[in-house]
Design a protein around this ligand. Sequence first.
Ligand code: ADP
Ligand code: 5GP
Length: 202
Amino acid sequence: MGRGLLFVVSGPSGAGKGTICQRIIRELDIDLSVSMTTRSPRTGETHGVSYYFVTRQEFEQRIEQGGFLEYAQVYDNFYGTPKEMVMERLVAGRDVILEIDPQGAMKIKESYPDGIFIFILPPSMKELRRRLTGRRTESADAVNRRLRETLTEISYIEKYDYCVVNDDLEEAVERTASIMRAEHSRVSRGVQDLIARYKEEV
Ligand code: ADP
Ligand code: 5GP
């Protein structure tokens, strides 16, 4: 059995990454990695589902133990991808999605170049503000800060393999799912075994 595929999904806060990834895990046979963060839970967020919410001390301990595949400071908090769970699933042949910021994505690109990097864009800055404000999870100051960060985040886009504009949600989910399905058909992934079997039959 081959390794599963590692998909890295990034994009500005409010672009719709979370919404798209939740839909994808219902539609495809794929796991979503649960990150660890020092940020406080928002209303409706559950420990172990949305994130593992930990103290700064617990986070630093894990860094020292080498327990992160990558970690980064985003806004005022730390976020990291627990290494063990992701590697175990990939080795077991399962596909995994990491929904992480571009700094983290670039670290993954160095340590795991076989990853597939997908950037989610909003249709416009106006719509991004509307979505961030409508989500009602951040203060007005935090919304403005996230909007200011958007241009810096977008500057990483050329390092990604794919870009999906999340205007109509259904279309964006379908495009993202199509990318994930198509990646399994790449000639570079495992076709050698198939050819070896043909040769045995001849
Ligand atoms: P992110 O994870 O990128 O920060 P979310 O998935 O939380 O973004 O989406 C931000 C807000 O925008 C949420 O309230 C979500 O319901 C809404 N949203 C996501 N995609 C769309 C879309 N295509 N059209 C309209 N609203 C959307
Ligand atoms: P939020 O606070 O809105 O949940 O997330 C803020 C940002 O942190 C988003 O860009 C999100 O993708 C990113 N993020 C979430 N988990 C991780 C992680 O494990 N590593 C990194 N580098 N970024 C993460």
